[in-house]
Design a protein around this ligand. Structure first.
Ligand SMILES: [Zn+2]
Length: 188
C-alpha cells in the first residue's frame, strides 16, 4: 500500500522520534508499505516521519543509483533504532533531493564514511561501516529521525534562493506526483 508522503512544513518532520520494540503494531506490514512507497516514488530511502510516524525506522535501497555509485550495489537495508556512532572520512558535496521536498535538489556537504549500529526487521543487532554515496543516503534518512532536512544543510546563499519554493510546498502547491499530506492540509 502506498503511504502518503508528508511534505516540507508539516510538523511531523520536525518531531522527536522514538525507538521502537519488536511488538510495535503491524511492524512487518508498515515496513513492507514503506518499501512499496519508496519504490513507487523512485526514492532510494524513506524515513518513518515522512509517512507520518515519529519513530526511529527507515528503509533504503541504493540499487537504482548503483551504476553511478558502485558502493550502493546491494545496499538494501531496514534500519530500526539506528545510531550513527562515528562520522569519518573527508567532507564531500553531492546533489540531494527528498520525497518530502519535491522539485528541489541542492548540493549538500557530508562526511564520506559512517559507522552505524542498528537492529534489522528481525531485531538482530548490527554494526556496519558505510562509505561514499551509501553513507550519504543513510545520513540523509537519519537526519529525518533527528528532525533535520537536507535544505537545513545548504549554504545560506542557496537557502535564500529556495526560500520561496519551500514556502510554496508548505502552502500545498507542489509538483508532487504521488499522494501527499502538506502542512496546509491541502492533501492529494
Ligand atoms: Zn528526505
Amino acid at each position: 500500500m502506498f503511504l502518503p508522503i508528508y511534505l516540507y512544513g508539516h510538523p511531523i518532520l520536525r518531531e522527536q522520534t522514538q525507538d521502537i520494540t519488536a511488538d510495535y503494531p503491524q511492524l512487518k506490514e508498515l515496513i513492507a508499505n514503506m518499501y512499496e512507497t519508496m519504490y513507487e516514488s523512485d526514492g532510494v530511502g524513506l524515513a518513518a516521519p515522512q509517512i507520518g510516524k515519529a519513530i526511529r525506522l527507515l528503509v533504503i535501497d541504493g540499487t537504482p543509483v548503483a551504476d553511478t555509485f558502485p558502493e550502493c550495489e546491494g545496499l538494501k537495508r531496514t534500519f530500526i533504532n539506528a545510531k550513527i556512532e562515528k562520522f569519518d572520512g573527508k567532507e564531500v558535496s553531492e546533489v540531494e533531493g527528498c520525497l518530502s521536498i519535491p522539485g528541489i535538489s541542492e548540493s549538500v556537504t557530508r562526511p564520506s564514511s559512517i559507522v552505524v549500529s542498528y537492529v534489522d526487521e528481525e531485531f538482530q543487532p548490527h554494526r556496519e561501516e558505510f562509505h561514499g554515496y551509501a553513507a550519504r543516503i543513510i545520513q540523509h534518512e537519519y537526519d529525518h529521525l533527528e528532525g533535520t532536512l537536507f535544505t537545513d544543510r545548504v549554504s545560506p546563499f542557496r537557502k535564500k534562493i529556495i526560500k520561496r519554493k519551500l514556502a510554496k510546498i508548505e502552502e500545498g502547491f507542489t509538483v508532487s506526483r504521488y499522494p501527499y499530506v502538506s502542512a496546509s492540509k491541502r492533501s492529494k
